[in-house]
Write a protein that binds this ligand. Sequence first.
Ligand SMILES: NC(=O)C1=CN([C@@H]2O[C@H](COP(=O)(O)OP(=O)(O)OC[C@H]3O[C@@H](n4cnc5c(N)ncnc54)[C@H](O)[C@@H]3O)[C@@H](O)[C@H]2O)C=CC1
Ligand SMILES: O=P(O)(O)OC[C@H]1O[C@](O)(CO)[C@@H](O)[C@@H]1O
Length: 409
Amino acid sequence: MSLKPRGLHFGAGNIGRGFIAPLLLRSGYHVVFADVDKDLIDTINRDKSYDVHILDSTTEGADNVEEVNRVKGVLATTDDILSELAHPKLKLITTAVGPPVLAKIAPTIAKGIKARREAGAGVINIVACENAIGATTQLEEHIHKHLEEEDKHYISVHVGFANCSVDRIVPPFDPHSHDGPTESVLDVGVENFFEWVVDAKPLKPNSGLEVPIKGMTLTEHLPAYNERKLFTLNCGHAVTAYLGHLKGHTTIADSIADPEILSIVQGALHNESGKALCKRHSQFEESQHKEYINTILRRFANEAVKDDVVRVGRQPLRKLGKDDRLVGPTRLCVEYGIVPAQNLAMGIAAALRYSNDDDEQSVEMQSKLRDLGVEAYITELTGWQKEEDATKSVVEAYHKLERWINMPN
Ligand SMILES: NC(=O)C1=CN([C@@H]2O[C@H](COP(=O)(O)OP(=O)(O)OC[C@H]3O[C@@H](n4cnc5c(N)ncnc54)[C@H](O)[C@@H]3O)[C@@H](O)[C@H]2O)C=CC1
Ligand SMILES: O=P(O)(O)OC[C@H]1O[C@](O)(CO)[C@@H](O)[C@@H]1O
């Protein structure tokens, strides 16, 4: 039997193949993917390898390829998954399945934990790598619903549940658009940048993570990192996507190359959300945070990442949530006296103007806007009063953006 520690990753999609698996492999883990897509699992077991293309428009001669080798797949819907979950060398379970799917994988993981208890298997840690704050805690709560009392005691001693923040842009990828040794459907295209910050406190010792995974940063201040990512990367991305869509751009790189859009995104991040974040979290120092923002703006400008504004802008009502990437930083600005946050207001207004018949939330939003009018709808979405400055700024921005519709670029 291999002496390597094992990592079981749920979701053999973009983030799984393009981000988490390569890091685990580089740190000496044997990686097993669990997925519900039978074709995908069969292909992984047939090929056992694929290419990760680093998409970087600043690198001369383009393709920089990392080969991922000796991976295995297991169908998450069969009992094979239970022997993987109970495997004595299993040290880490990760997920990248999308937040709503966590409830679906929980019963399987619960069964696996029971099997580990019965087999006397060792300690493991679980880290859900989803674009949602507290995703691992959500998974833990779902798992608990499927446990007997004795398993609950076992889990408290033998299983660590650590939340994290994951940041790497991994858009849909056409393997035939790039040369590489395999040109397989398993190939992925990723940006060079990545950040994986994991809450150190809940991790169980003697599980393998005391030999840190290269590229995983352990922190005692995860909430600050979560907020920094959501209110900077995701905020800037959303503002770029919605303004870009309004002006008829199709990709993020094209949108951020538009000086009018760049100026608004810079204003939103440097002068508004960034200032508020540095006031709220003392560990973020202003000059370092400026560099963090500038790196993000360079990432958006990466033409090799063909990231569609429609992908980044999907589900606008979720993105207009009170604590999410647009209204969340605006509330922070109000709290810390950084007003008026006019650039964030332009981002919120552009989100409200996002009209895409293929996006259910956009259709719902446009219908509500017609029924309620912009001012009343903003107050409904944000909880702000009509007479508040934040509401007024968004209404004003909404009217200003009228001239952007169908504007030639
Ligand atoms: N793509 C990106 O740039 C980033 C994505 N994320 C987050 O990572 C998560 C995954 O995103 P992607 O990898 O882009 O999605 P994806 O759609 O490429 O991959 C998701 C995979 O999960 C599998 N899956 C669905 N139900 C399952 C189940 N019950 N059991 C096992 N596997 C199941 C799907 O078959 C698919 O292969 C999301 O939460 C996303 O927000 C986070 C940072 C960046
Ligand atoms: O996945 P969501 O929340 O719809 O938003 C898209 C965002 O997720 C990412 O894919 C990864 O952080 C970003 O590129 C983008 O800001």
